[in-house]
Design a protein around this ligand. Structure first.
Ligand code: FAD
Length: 713
C-alpha cells in the first residue's frame, strides 16, 4: 500500500486587476478535487518559489496591461527571465502550461504571456499543455473554461512524465551509487497518481501536447435561452423571446447544468459601533500620493450633439516633487456614486450601520489557497468608506460570484436562474444579460430580490476600485506647477436590467465636481475642490530624444491630449534654442464637427503659425461630404486614417527612410486598429512588399520604439 502523498504542482500568477489572480486561486482551490496539491504564488513572491530548482509542473496565469506591458507584480520576473546571460538550458528541467489573458481591442494582445512563453522556450522549458490566449474583448471564459477543463489531465500526465524521467535518471544514477534518501519523493508521486485513479470518467487521456491555441468551443455547444436575439443599431440586444435576465426558455430552462465550484468563503467580517468622525481623506491619501486642487475647468466642446469634453487644470504647486513629462499619464482616484452606495447599503440591510467600523479577519479553516485580507482595504474603515472608496461596486460579477450568490438566495426559481447564468450551458445568457449589459451587483440584487448575500461575500468577490488614468495635456515648461488633462464625459444608455442611463464613474464624478464652475464661469475660481491623484510615468511615449528627428502624431478626439504637451514642450524648446535643428512635426486630428468638438483648435492653429507644428491634418466625420453615396476614403477623408493615406509618401518616408517616429493616442477599439491597418497598406504600397513583410516592418518599428501607442477602450 503506497503512502498517501498528493502530487504537487506550482501555480504562478501575474495580475494587474485581480483577474489572473482569481483564476490562479481557482486552479489552486480545485486542485484538491483532483487529488493534487497546488502551491500558489504571485510572480513577485520570488522568495516563495524557485523555478531554477522546480521539479513539479508549473502553471502560469498572466495578464497584460497598458501597451502590452506585464502587470506590475510580474515586471521583475519578466526582467529576470529576459536576461541575455541566461544559458539556453537554464529551464531545461521545467514543464509548464500558460494561460495568457488579454484584450484584442488593444495592440500587443496577450503580450506578457507571449513574452514569458517565448523566453521559457528559449531557455529550454517544455510545454505540457497548449497555451490558452483568452480575449476580454469577446469574453475571457470562451477560452478559459475549456482550457481549465483540459488542464487537470495534462498536469497528471506531466507529473507522470516527470516522475518517470526522474526514475530513469535515478536508475542510471544508482548505478553510480546515489544515496537512497533521494528516491522516495518521485516514487510517491508516481504511485499516488496511479493508485488513486483520479482521472475524471469523461476525460480522455490525451498524449498529444502539440502546441496550439485553445480555441473557444463551437457556438453550437453553448446553450442559450435567447436564440433569437439581434443587435439593434446601438449594439443593445433586442430579445424577441421571453428570456430575460431573470428567466430562461428551453432548452436552457430544461437543461441539466454544470456550475462552477463554490468559491470558498475566507473572510470573517464584523461591524463595530464607532465614532463617526472618520478622516476619509487622510485614509485615502496614504494610497493616493497627492491631494491637489482643481484650479480651472473649461468645457471644450460646444452644442449638444457631441460628447461633453472638459479640460481640467490641477494646481500641483504644493508638491515640487510631482514632476511629469509630456506623454506621461496620472491616476485619478474617484469614489463610487453616493446614491449607488446608499442603495447597496439598503439592499444589504446595513443602512443603519454605515458608520460602523469594519473589522476583517481571515476565517480559521478556510480552504481558499493564499487567502489574505484584501490589501486594498485599510484597517478600521467605516462601512460607508469601504463601499465608497475601496470596492468597484459597478464591476460585472464573475460567474464565481453568481455561483456564490446562489447560496444566499431563498426563492427556488431565482436560485435556478442564477445557477443557469453561471453554468457552462448558460454562457450565452451570461454574456447577453450580465456581461454585455455591464450589470453590477446592485442591479443583480434588484433583479433577484430573494438574494441576501452577507457583506463578507462582497468584500471577498468585488475587485478593488481602480483609479482612472488620464494623459497629461500640457508641458511643465509652458505651465509650471500645473497639470492639465482632457476627457469626454462617458455616457451609457439604459438597457435590459438597468432602466436608466448612467455616466462613467470617474468622468461623471469629475463633471459633477466642476459643473457649478462651468455653469457660472465667473465663480470658477471660487469653489473648485481637491482630488487625489498619483503619477504613472510612461518612459517610452515621449517625443524623440533627438529633437532633429521628424515625428508624426495621430490623436483624434481626446487622443490629442498628450500631443498638446509634446507641442508645448517643443515650442518652449525652440524659444530656448533658436539655433537648434528641430525635426518636422505632423499631427492628424479628427472629430465630428468643426464648430463643436474641434478640441484645442486655436492652440493648434497657433502652433502651425509659430512653425512648431509643420503639418496639421484635420477631418470631420459627421460633416456633409460632397458625395454621401461614396464610401469614406482618402479622397473624402472622414477619419484620421483617410488623411494618413493622402500623405502616404511623406509618412512612409519619415518612418522608413528618415528614422522618424509615429505616435497614436486615443480609442483602442476602432481608431488604433484602423490606423495600424492603414499603415500596413501604406508600407505594402510604398515598399512593394506582401502583407507578411509589411507586418514585419511595423513590428520592427514597434520594437525600436518608433511606433508607439497610448490607447484606451
Ligand atoms: P467607467 O465607469 O470606468 O466605464 C468605462 C468602461 O466600462 C466603458 O468603456 C465600458 O467598457 C465599461 N462600462 C461601464 N459601465 C457600462 C455600462 N453601463 N454599459 C456599457 N459599458 C459599461 N480618457 C480620456 O478621456 N482622456 C485621457 O487623456 C485618457 N488617458 C488615458 C490614458 C491611459 C494610459 C489609459 C489606460 C486610459 C486613459 N483614458 C483617458 C481612459 C480613462 O482612464 C477612463 O477609462 C475613461 O475616462 C472612462 O472612465 P469612467 O470611470 O468615466 O468610466
Amino acid at each position: 500500500m503506497p503512502l498517501e502523498v498528493k502530487p504537487r504542482f506550482v501555480v504562478l500568477y501575474g495580475s494587474q486587476k485581480g483577474q489572473a489572480q482569481s483564476i490562479a486561486e481557482g486552479i489552486a482551490e480545485e486542485a484538491e478535487e483532483h487529488g493534487l496539491v497546488a502551491e500558489l504564488c504571485c510572480l513577485n513572491q520570488d522568495d516563495k518559489y524557485n523555478l531554477e530548482k522546480e521539479c513539479a509542473p508549473v502553471v502560469f496565469v498572466v495578464s497584460t496591461t497598458g501597451d502590452g506591458e506585464p502587470p506590475d507584480n510580474a515586471l521583475q520576473f519578466v526582467k529576470r527571465i529576459k536576461k541575455r546571460t541566461l544559458s539556453p538550458d537554464h529551464y531545461k528541467h521545467l514543464l509548464y502550461a500558460l494561460l495568457a489573458l488579454g484584450d484584442t481591442n488593444y495592440a500587443n494582445f496577450c503580450n506578457c504571456g507571449k513574452t514569458i512563453e517565448r523566453r521559457l522556450r528559449e531557455l529550454g522549458a517544455r510545454q505540457f499543455y497548449p497555451t490558452g490566449y483568452a480575449d476580454d474583448g469577446v469574453g475571457l471564459e470562451l477560452v478559459i473554461d475549456p482550457w481549465l477543463k483540459g488542464l487537470w489531465n495534462s498536469i497528471k500526465d506531466a507529473l507522470t512524465k516527470m516522475a518517470s524521467d526522474r526514475t530513469v535518471q535515478l536508475k542510471e544514477d544508482s548505478a553510480k551509487e546515489i544515496p537512497e534518501s533521494s528516491l522516495p519523493d518521485v516514487q510517491l508521486n508516481l504511485l499516488s497518481i496511479a493508485d488513486k485513479q483520479i482521472c475524471e470518467p469523461d476525460s480522455k487521456y490525451s498524449p498529444s501536447l502539440a502546441i496550439s491555441d485553445v480555441r473557444p468551443p463551437p457556438a453550437s455547444t453553448v446553450y442559450t435561452s435567447a436564440p433569437n436575439t439581434q443587435a439593434c443599431s446601438e449594439g443593445i440586444p433586442q430579445v424577441s423571446l421571453a428570456a430575460s435576465l431573470t428567466s430562461s426558455v428551453p432548452p436552457l430552462s430544461e437543461s441539466s447544468l454544470n456550475v462552477p465550484a463554490l468559491p470558498p468563503a475566507y473572510l470573517d467580517v464584523t461591524l463595530q459601533e464607532a465614532d463617526a468622525a472618520e478622516q476619509a481623506a487622510e485614509r485615502l491619501s496614504k494610497e493616493a500620493r497627492y491631494e491637489v486642487p482643481i484650479s480651472k475647468a473649461v468645457q471644450l466642446s460646444k452644442g449638444d450633439s457631441v460628447k461633453t469634453a472638459l479640460l481640467l487644470e490641477l494646481d500641483i504647486s504644493a508638491f515640487p516633487s510631482m514632476t511629469y513629462h509630456p506623454g506621461d499619464s496620472f491616476d485619478v482616484f474617484c469614489p463610487n456614486v453616493a446614491e449607488e452606495v446608499d442603495h447597496l447599503l439598503h439592499r444589504l440591510g446595513l443602512q443603519d450601520q454605515k458608520n460602523h467600523r469594519v473589522q476583517i479577519s481571515l476565517k480559521d479553516n478556510t480552504k481558499k489557497k493564499g487567502a489574505q485580507v484584501p490589501p486594498h482595504i485599510p484597517e478600521n474603515v467605516s462601512l460607508l468608506f469601504l463601499l465608497t472608496w475601496c470596492l468597484e461596486i459597478r464591476s460585472v460579477p464573475k460567474k464565481a460570484f453568481l455561483r456564490a450568490l446562489v447560496e444566499h438566495t431563498s426563492d427556488s426559481a431565482q436560485r435556478r436562474r442564477l445557477q443557469e447564468l453561471c453554468s457552462k450551458q448558460g454562457a450565452a445568457d451570461y454574456n447577453l444579460y450580465v456581461r454585455d449589459a455591464s450589470l453590477g451587483v446592485s442591479e443583480l440584487l434588484a433583479a433577484f430580490p430573494s438574494c441576501s448575500p452577507p457583506l463578507s461575500l462582497l468584500i471577498e468577490l468585488l475587485p478593488k476600485l481602480q483609479p482612472r488614468p488620464y494623459s497629461a495635456a500640457c508641458s511643465l515648461l509652458r505651465h509650471p506647477e500645473k497639470l492639465r488633462f482632457v476627457f469626454n464625459v462617458v455616457e451609457f444608455p439604459a438597457c435590459s436590467g438597468r432602466p436608466t442611463a448612467r455616466r462613467g464613474l470617474c468622468t461623471g464624478w469629475l463633471f459633477d465636481l466642476v459643473s457649478p464652475g462651468l455653469v457660472f464661469p465667473e465663480k470658477a475660481e471660487l469653489a473648485l475642490p481637491k482630488i487625489h491623484v498619483s503619477l504613472r510615468p510612461n518612459c517610452s511615449f515621449r517625443p524623440p530624444s533627438d529633437p532633429s528627428l521628424p515625428f508624426i502624431m495621430i490623436g483624434p478626439g481626446t487622443g490629442v491630449a498628450p500631443f498638446i504637451g509634446f507641442l508645448q514642450q517643443r515650442e518652449e524648446e525652440r524659444k530656448e534654442n533658436p539655433e537648434a535643428k528641430f525635426g518636422e512635426t505632423w499631427l492628424f486630428f479628427g472629430c465630428r464637427y468643426r464648430d463643436k468638438d474641434y478640441l484645442f483648435r486655436e492652440e493648434l492653429e497657433n502652433f502651425v503659425s509659430s512653425g512648431t507644428l509643420n503639418h496639421l491634418k484635420v477631418c470631420f466625420s459627421r460633416e456633409d461630404r460632397k458625395d454621401e453615396e461614396e464610401p469614406p476614403s482618402a479622397a473624402q477623408p472622414r477619419y484620421v486614417q483617410h488623411n494618413l493615406l493622402l500623405c502616404c509618401r511623406q509618412v512612409t518616408d519619415i518612418l522608413l527612410r528618415r528614422n522618424g517616429y509615429i505616435y497614436v493616442c486615443g480609442d483602442a477599439k476602432n481608431m488604433a486598429k484602423d490606423v495600424n491597418e492603414t499603415l500596413m497598406e501604406m508600407i505594402k504600397t510604398e515598399l512593394q512588399v506582401d502583407q507578411l513583410e509589411a507586418m514585419k516592418t511595423l513590428a520592427g518599428l514597434r520594437e525600436q520604439k518608433r511606433y508607439l501607442q497610448d490607447i484606451w477602450a
